[in-house]
Design a protein. Structure first.
Length: 255
């Protein structure tokens, strides 16, 4: 795959599209979880919410949020300089969107946000990088950002270790599907980053990204029950799954 940079600059839409396709290789039902996420935003906080796109990456959630709710506003926060470059390029000139560079493991990361509170804090396929202890601490800080009656939603890998045979069967079937997609030309995560490293605009932020993170390494990936329990302990009144697949869950917590 080649993404050109013409006379008008980098084709940010093409980079967004390529990121989406790469992510869908791992999660064919990715758009379904975003649809349910936005359904619950509408149900609980309306159609003009102030949203924090947590660990926003390229702005995937923000893009779908604004497409569905044009009166919404979004603050994207992330540490990855390459993905933030794509996000900033994509939304340049859109007054509804702002971005903040911050490390979510830093206890003071919230001080850089433009608002003290949000109607909704949304995140997807990002927090599984954190181990349980820093994730629980992050949930406490998130609870302090969500207004009363507001929501937090996390769509991510949540593994139920009490069902090892079910987990193994699902994993085998999912990987078989991924192999079929690979034969049809799908890019995996490593190949996508190799392309970014060769791009004249993204090469430098990609190099910095790997200096920050190193190679990909998952955290503990606790169960949905663990997430719900910890979110209630950190100050949310209700918390439960509102969507799930055999391997992933969309967990909603209501302040």
């Amino acid at each position: 795959m080649t993404i050109s940079t013409g006379t008008t600059g980098t084709d940010w839409a093409a980079w967004q599209e390529s990121w989406d396709r790469q992510q869908e290789w791992y999660m064919p039902d990715r758009e379904e979880r975003f649809r349910i996420m936005l359904d619950m935003v509408e149900a609980l906080v309306g159609t003009a919410p102030r949203v924090l796109d947590l660990a926003c990456g390229t702005g995937t959630i923000t893009s779908r949020l604004l497409s569905r709710f044009p009166e919404a506003t979004s603050t994207g926060v992330d540490l990855d300089p390459a993905l933030l470059a794509i996000a900033r390029g994509t939304f340049e000139g859109d007054g509804r969107v702002s971005f903040v560079t911050a490390d979510l493991k830093d206890p003071d990361w919230t001080t850089g946000l433009p608002y003290d509170s949000y109607d909704a804090v949304l995140t997807a396929t990002a927090l599984h990088w954190l181990h349980s202890e820093p994730l629980a601490a992050l949930y406490g800080r998130v609870a302090g950002l969500v207004r009363d009656g507001g929501v937090f939603m996390n769509a991510d890998h949540m593994i139920d270790e009490s069902t090892p045979r079910i987990n193994a069967a699902e994993r085998a079937q999912r990987h078989a599907g991924m192999e079929r997609a690979r034969r049809d030309g799908a890019l995996d995560w490593a190949e996508w980053w190799q392309l970014a490293a060769k791009d004249p605009v993204l090469a430098e932020p990609t190099a910095r990204r790997f200096e920050i993170y190193g190679e990909h390494a998952d955290g503990d990936m606790p169960s949905a029950a663990w997430h719900a329990r910890v979110l209630r302990e950190k100050g949310f009144g209700e918390a439960r799954a509102v969507w799930c697949s055999p391997s992933d869950t969309l967990l909603l917590a209501l302040r």
